[in-house]
Design a protein around this ligand. Structure first.
Ligand SMILES: [Zn+2]
Length: 336
């Protein structure tokens, strides 16, 4: 399989944004150590809105200047170690307010679609440029913040002009309509990659963009029950299951939690926290179905735990045993 380990490199967008040290710097160092052990490359989708605010506000807040330098140093280390840095956008950073070590997000305008087409274009081009300056190189792959990429027409031209040729946002079969997270990938193809033009979830063989979707898995209510139990227990145990990131995510409504507890839902194949427990079985299923397909795993440095790092390490060792597997990154695909 063509295996992509992709990590969305970002702070939290809930009430507590978390510290850069614990949300990105330290867990990313741990991930790099695993990659080095196995001689593989990872992809980091860097939240360029965060980067843009650090760059803009560092003059007024010396602490943000130090944070900016630390993140830039890490991006440089990632690149020197052959990992790939690609574009991730949470446009809400534009309206975030920095208050004594914490960023306040209102999440009223969470998606690029909450801005006019002209504003959205400005955000895409500015953020892409900020990241390219930080990474000292072009980006060509994109992942939308919160998977909110539809309707694609709103951002297609801007992404193209920013140099984006590959998208990796779609989770085939997934659907969400929570007000912040709006996407419908229920009719996406089951193939491992396809070309598209006006909707990344719909194939258009003549399309100028390429979709390399995130792997999808169906989770039953039992999973979320087990997950909730572990979450409760992890507060009192030695911390093997506790995530490194010290912020808080955007809360789910009671209705959303209830829906997950009552029926099956489609979720991305994730190597985060407790979700990483099914990484091995997801991989084995996918490899059995089509050993030549893409296998894209999503994760977040902030959501890693000792447990998930163990699972990633073990799973890569298993994947490496099959000589047909190739650990790859998006710039390699662009060369094909
Ligand atoms: Zn994100």
């Amino acid at each position: 399989m063509n295996i992509f380990f992709t990590f969305d490199y970002e702070l939290f967008l809930g009430n507590l944004s978390g510290s850069p040290e614990r949300c990105v710097i330290r867990p990313t160092e741990a991930l790099m150590r695993i990659a080095a052990t196995h001689g593989v490359r990872f992809v980091f989708f860097v939240d360029s809105g965060y980067l843009a605010r650090l760059a803009a506000d560092r003059v007024r807040h010396p602490a943000l200047g130090r944070e900016y330098d630390a993140v830039l140093r890490q991006i440089d280390t990632l690149k020197r170690n052959k990992h790939e840095v690609q574009l991730h956008i949470h446009p809400g950073w534009r309206r975030a307010i920095y208050d004594d070590g914490n960023w306040k997000h209102d999440n009223e305008r969470y998606r690029l679609h909450d801005y006019s087409k002209t504003e959205a274009r400005g955000i895409v081009l500015e953020y892409a440029r900020t990241l390219e300056e930080a990474a000292q190189g072009k980006t060509l792959a994109f992942r939308a913040g919160g998977w909110c990429i539809q309707p694609f027409e709103h951002v297609a031209e801007a992404l193209w002009d920013a140099g984006i040729r590959i998208d990796s946002t779609v989770i085939p079969g997934a659907f969400s309509s929570t007000g912040t997270h709006e996407y419908d990938f229920r009719t996406a193809p089951a193939d491992s990659r396809w070309r598209f033009s006006c909707d990344p979830a719909r194939e258009d063989r003549a399309g100028r963009f390429l979709e390399i979707p995130i792997g999808a898995q169906t989770l039953g209510p039992w999973f979320f029950l087990k997950f909730s139990a572990i979450k409760l227990l992890s507060k009192s145990n030695s911390g093997r299951f506790s995530q490194f990131g010290d912020g808080s995510p955007i809360g789910s409504s009671k209705g959303e939690i209830l829906a997950k507890l009552l029926k099956k839902s489609v979720a991305p194949i994730s190597c985060d926290g407790y979700r990483s427990q099914s990484l091995e079985s997801s991989y084995l299923n996918a490899a059995r179905k089509n050993p030549d397909a893409d296998f894209v795993v999503i994760g977040h440095p902030k959501a890693q735990s000792r447990y998930s790092l163990e699972n990633i390490d073990r799973c890569i060792a298993i994947m490496k045993k099959d000589s047909r597997n190739r650990f790859t990154v998006f710039s390699e695909v662009a060369k094909e």
